[in-house]
Structures are given as structure tokens and as C-alpha cells.
Design a protein around this ligand. Structure first.
Ligand SMILES: Nc1nc2c(ncn2[C@@H]2O[C@H](COP(=O)(O)OP(=O)(O)OP(=O)(O)O)[C@@H](O)[C@H]2O)c(=O)[nH]1
Ligand SMILES: [Mg+2]
Length: 352
């Protein structure tokens, strides 16, 4: 999955103004009639729901919108250059790199068709009609169209999911995703089988929920170990984090703490997200015999704990409905925060 690219985008140059003079029968010295140049085309980045990643932009790096057309005779404006739309998947964050190397956010495209202007077309030059004065009634000058500078744009895809499954290698993330959604990621008993985020959909009674499996995290991910760290950007927008722990691990509490630490190092906000623990592989006898112990160890964390077997399906339905319930709850909370009780504000009309 290509989820981060840098591109160079340049708006169209402004079209030049025209130098021309009216030439009509019976109108000697008709005066200047050169029209203004058209503005250059703008460059937009537009969210397109048919795209899944930024792969299309991996090859082509440089974009430029069409230049404005030259002004015409009879004072006609030149045509504006065509705008250029660069298509990206929904969930793309658009930033610009300034000359000092800083990144400045331009927009966050979270709904289809949403767009952000990344480069504004240059203005068209003035036609010679604008330069006529009492002293110079036949100006032979016209304005040049304004050139535009190229801009370095950073596009970063942050997947939009309801639930993100994170965990150590082999904990059964793919098996769980297959059990609750129609996705069919590869399931195998070697580490890092899943090398890219995989998405699936859980069908709810009122709406669907997008679930993502993230490539495995390991201790030291933030210093480059394993491959899961760079994919943590895809957990940033999720409503619920599922910590999937391998029931056969003898250091299960430690596993949870290490995972939490990796997330906190990546971004402290991730520690504030709603979360749930699922202990997997309870069908295995060695896990079954330790269930009580495991529960006691995890209880003090204050995080809801579920015991499941992604392979046999045991406990999976209860786990899924709890997870969906938590997502709904997070959505409600968000709505309540974003629309506090509305207060009517009256703006009296100014007295004439
Ligand atoms: N007995 C048992 N085995 C399971 C269960 N879930 C997964 N496994 C096995 O555990 C191994 C790893 O499963 P995956 O689903 O590929 O694990 P993962 O977490 O996606 O692994 P990575 O993608 O490599 O990080 C496979 O051999 C699965 O068959 C379970 O509930 N019970
Ligand atoms: Mg996997």
C-alpha cells in the first residue's frame, strides 16, 4: 500500500494581455482593443472514493495545470486555463512543504468529492486597452501573464476505520478479521504474514463498520524494529483499538503494556482512544487451563477483556457486538462534543 507520496504541483501561468487596435472601415485610428489574458488553471487535490491508496501518484510526480489563454481582439478576455484535479483516496491529509522545510496542513479529505486548492493559477496580463492615456492613445504595450511557482505537496493517507486490530505477530489478527468480516487475509504461523493494512466490513443492523488489521507491532517498533510502526498512522482515525493478545503467551500483561507503549511513543493521543482487549486462541488446552489466571492479571488494567478463539468462533459474536457498541458510543460522544447546546446569538441591525 502506498500511503505517503510527495508531488510537485504548479498552477497554470496567466495568459498574456494582447496588443491590438481596432481596424474597421470608416473608423480611422480606432484605438487599442487588446483584451486581458485568462487566469491560469488552479490545482486541486480531490478525494475519490474509488481509490484505495496513493499508488497512482507513485510514478508521476510533477503536475501543472493549463496556462491561461492570451487575450483576444475586441477587448475579449482570454480563456481561463483548465483546472487540474489530482485524485486521491478518501482519508488523505494534504500538506505543503514550505521553503523553510516546515509542513503546513492544507486540508484533510475525509469525504468523497471533498477538495482542497493546492496551487492558485497566475493572473492574466492586461490587454493594451488598459494602457491608453491622453498622452498615448495607441499603446503598444500589454501586461505579461503572471508566472506561478511549483509547490511541494505531501499527501498522506490515513485510513478511515471504525475498529483497528493491533497486536504482536501471530496473535491471530488475520484470523479474527476473517472471522468477523468478508476479508480473506493470509493466515499463517510465521511472523509478519500481513505486511500491509487489510480492511474488512462487519455488517451491523443499522450500518456497516470498517475493521482494519494492522501489520504486527513488536517491542522497539519505534526504533525501526519489525514493520508495523509506519502503519500506525492508520490507527489515528479509528474509533476503537482492539489489542489482540495471544493466549499462549506467558507474558500477556507485558505484551499489552509493550503494545500500549509503542502507540504512546507514536502519538500520545492514541493512548486516549477507546480500547478493548481480546485474548485469542482459547480453544487450545494450554490457554483454557490458564483462563482464570489471565483474567486476574488483566483485570487491573481497567480495559474490557474478551476471551475468543478466532479459529473456532468461540466468544467472537459477543466480542464483535461489544466492539460495535463501543464504536457507537464513541460516535455519540463525538457528536455531543462537536455540537454543544446551541445558543442563539442576535445581531441587531445597525441604526441607519
Ligand atoms: N488454535 C488457534 N490458532 C489460531 C487462532 N487464531 C489464529 N491461529 C493461528 O495462529 C497463527 C497466526 O494467525 P494469523 O491470523 O496469521 O496471525 P496474525 O496476527 O495475523 O499474524 P501476522 O500477520 O504475521 O502478524 C496461524 O497459524 C493461525 O492458524 C485461534 O483462535 N486458535
Ligand atoms: Mg496477519
Amino acid at each position: 500500500m502506498i500511503d505517503k507520496v510527495e508531488i510537485i504541483a504548479g498552477a497554470g501561468y496567466g495568459g498574456d494581455g494582447l496588443t491590438s487596435f481596432r481596424r474597421e472601415k470608416y473608423v480611422p485610428f480606432g484605438g487599442p482593443d487588446g483584451g486581458d489574458g485568462g487566469a491560469g488553471g488552479d490545482v486541486f487535490v480531490v478525494a475519490d472514493s474509488s481509490l484505495v491508496d496513493l499508488a497512482l501518484l507513485k510514478q508521476k510526480k510533477r503536475f501543472r495545470a493549463e496556462s491561461g489563454h492570451q487575450g483576444g481582439r475586441w477587448g475579449k478576455h482570454g480563456k481561463k486555463g483548465e483546472n487540474l484535479n489530482i485524485l486521491v483516496p478518501v482519508g488523505t491529509v494534504v500538506s505543503i512543504k514550505t521553503k523553510t522545510g516546515q509542513e503546513k496542513l492544507l486540508g484533510d479529505l475525509v469525504t468523497p468529492e471533498q477538495k482542497v486548492l493546492v496551487a492558485k493559477g497566475g493572473k492574466g496580463g492586461l490587454g493594451n486597452v488598459h494602457f491608453a492615456t491622453a498622452a498615448n492613445q495607441a499603446p503598444r504595450i500589454a501586461g505579461k501573464g503572471k508566472p506561478t511557482e511549483e509547490r511541494l505537496i505531501i499527501l498522506e493517507l490515513k485510513l478511515i476505520t471504525d475498529i483497528c486490530i493491533i497486536g504482536y505477530p501471530n496473535s491471530g489478527k488475520s484470523a479474527l478479521l476473517s472471522a468477523i468480516t468478508g476479508a480473506r487475509p493470509r493466515i499463517a504461523d510465521y511472523p509478519f504474514t500481513t505486511r500491509q493494512p487489510v480492511l474488512g466490513v462487519v455488517r451491523g443492523s443499522r450500518r456497516d463498520f470498517v475493521v482494519g488489521e494492522m501489520p504486527a507491532l513488536i517491542e522497539g517498533a519505534h526504533i525501526g524494529k519489525g514493520l508495523g510502526y509506519e502503519f500506525l498512522r492508520h490507527t489515528e482515525r479509528t474509533k476503537l483499538l482492539v489489542y489482540l493478545l495471544d493466549g499462549t503467551s506467558l507474558t500477556i500483561v507485558d505484551d499489552f503494556i509493550k503494545l500500549s507503549e509503542e502507540l504512546a511513543v507514536y502519538k500520545t493521543d492514541l493512548g486516549q482512544k477507546a480500547r478493548i482487549i481480546a485474548v485469542n486462541k482459547v480453544d487450545l488446552p494450554q490457554v483454557k487451563s490458564r483462563l482464570l489466571d489471565i483474567r486476574q492479571c488483566l483485570d487491573f488494567l481497567g480495559v474490557p477483556v474478551f476471551f475468543i478463539s478466532a479459529a473456532s468462533g468461540q466468544g467472537v459474536i459477543e466480542f464483535t457486538s461489544k466492539a460495535i457498541g463501543m464504536v457507537e458510543w464513541v460516535n455519540q460522544e463525538k457528536k455531543a462534543i462537536s455540537s454543544p447546546e446551541e445558543v442563539a446569538i442576535f445581531h441587531p441591525r445597525p441604526k441607519k
